[in-house]
Ligand binder design. Structure first.
Ligand SMILES: Nc1nc2c(ncn2[C@@H]2O[C@H](COP(=O)(O)OP(=O)(O)O)[C@@H](O)[C@H]2O)c(=O)[nH]1
Ligand SMILES: [Mg+2]
Length: 455
């Protein structure tokens, strides 16, 4: 995701970091490079211009020129301004008076139906109702119905085969009130191009239904054209925010950067794959960190927490904090990580220093089998107390598991790294800035101590 931007920013960063001095001329030169990159990444021309001029202003301060570390100072400014440009704070859905109604708008094929189901899954605790208000496209109703079954949520189909979409929406709302669905997600009909028919229908739905949120769904792979669509939609329907899909693969990310500037409304979510779980809340600060190549520690932690069994992970966190991780825990941990599926996607978000030299290959099923064999060849005592493993024990375990002592050393090293990485993640959200500096927040350490005391 955002590879092009990331590459360019990383290059710029390399030039900046470690600089003892920075001249006005050098800053101007680097801003020129940045501008070209933004345009290459399909950032809207006006948005790119606006962003560069903000940077120009913020970077042209005595602070930078007199700073002992002007490069780092400049990067800090870029991180802050990029975050602000992406919208600043994270938008959260409010569930004020139920049912909260979300209307999804957008052209055909952008990913509305998929997104409807992803949102329903993410907010499953609200007892969501998925509404098929698209009878234009053949099989659109069936598509949503099967996705609803997969997400295990309620589904509402048009009462009659030829019901008008507006009637379906109103009937669904009534049904939701009766049944107690706190969230209603409407999958509306798109067209290949914005046309009058569609706009008229959507305007009517929007005014009668009065949705809490109307989100424009945009295909992140479409460059400048997506922004044109945005402006057209927004001009006629005044959306409350945007959702970008298909940001997996080689989406250049231009739309993500421009959206806020072009519309004045924020991005709420991003879709990063075809599976229902491939949905992320849009966190401007984390995205900025990702683009700057700093990794995205906080969202990785979140994803990890989603899959990892809560109780088990609490126990594990406790052990990690106390530095008593052992081989049994490691095995559990690896199996859980393997469950998360596409690990390479997760690992790419982490800064290199935090992956502890681990790569997706370490979680490959064959690798896990091998680790399991090693651990099973240990005595119960050895499993619980890794310090026992001396040369002769290692040799015995290696023989028993069909591996070599070097493999066992590797495993011990990996566990140390995991211990280190986990204490950095400190079981919760990590302020990306702190994570970058390799520091862990003192506040949370204190909190942890307090918690312990209470026990
Ligand atoms: N790679 C990828 N594909 C997606 C994503 N979201 C949707 N798709 C695919 O895009 C196609 C169109 O999606 P659909 O939800 O039917 O779009 P709609 O016409 O707007 O309702 C389908 O093949 C989806 O599987 C995403 O985030 N990433
Ligand atoms: Mg659809």
């Amino acid at each position: 995701m955002f590879d092009l931007l990331k590459d360019a920013f990383v290059k710029i960063k390399r030039q900046l970091v470690g600089r003892g001095s920075l001249s006005e001329k050098e800053i101007a030169e680097f801003l020129r490079t940045l501008r070209v990159t933004l345009l290459e990444a399909d950032v809207n021309y006006k948005a790119a211009k606006a962003f560069i001029s903000i940077l120009e202003e913020k970077l042209d301060t005595a602070d930078i020129y007199t700073s002992l570390q002007p490069g780092k100072q400049a990067l800090r400014v870029i991180y802050d301004e990029l975050t602000a440009f992406l919208g600043g704070k994270t938008e959260k859905l409010e569930f004020a008076k139920p049912p909260t109604v979300i209307l999804l708008l957008g052209l055909q094929g952008v990913g509305k139906t998929t997104m409807a189901a992803k949102l329903a899954k993410m907010y499953a605790s609200r007892k969501p109702l998925l509404v098929a208000a698209d009878i234009k496209r053949p099989a659109a109703v069936e598509q949503l119905e099967s996705l609803a079954a997969r997400a295990k949520v309620d589904f509402f189909s048009p009462p009659k085969p030829r019901s008008r979409n507006i009637d379906t929406c109103m009937a669904a709302l009534k049904h939701a009130r009766k049944v107690g669905n706190q969230l209603v997600i409407i999958d509306s009909a798109g067209r290949l191009h914005i046309d009058e028919d569609m706009v008229t229908e959507l305007v009517e739905i929007k005014s009668k239904l009065e949705p809490s949120y109307s989100f424009l769904v945009l295909d992140g792979l479409v460059g400048q054209d997506a922004l044109r669509q945005t402006q057209d939609f927004h001009a006629q329907l005044t959306v409350s925010g945007g959702i970008l899909t298909k940001l997996d693969g080689d989406a250049r990310g231009g739309a993500a950067i421009s959206f806020r500037h072009v519309t004045g409304v924020p991005i709420y979510f991003i879709g990063t794959g075809e599976k229902l779980a491939d949905l992320e809340v849009f966190h401007p600060d984390r995205i900025a960190a990702r683009i700057l190549g700093e990794g995205d520690v906080a969202s990785v932690v979140e994803q990890v927490q989603l899959v990892v069994d809560q109780k088990q992970s609490a126990e594990l966190a406790q052990k990690l904090m106390e530095g008593r991780l052992n081989f049994e825990d490691l095995l559990v941990q690896m199996k859980q990580l393997a469950k998360m599926g596409d690990l390479s996607k997760l690992l790419e978000k982490l800064p290199a220093g935090m992956t502890g030299g681990m790569s997706a290959a370490d979680f490959d099923p064959a690798e896990i089998k091998r680790t399991e064999a090693i651990i099973l060849s240990m005595t119960a005592e050895e499993r619980r107390n890794p310090d026992l493993l001396d040369g002769s024990r290692k040799l015995r375990i290696a023989r028993g598991s069909g591996t070599t002592p070097a493999d066992i050393n590797q495993l011990i090293k990996q566990m140390d790294e995991m211990q280190r990485m986990s204490s950095m993640m400190k079981g919760g959200g990590v302020d990306p800035r702190l994570a970058r500096a390799g520091k862990v927040s003192h506040k949370s350490k204190k909190k942890r101590k307090k918690k312990k005391k209470r026990k």
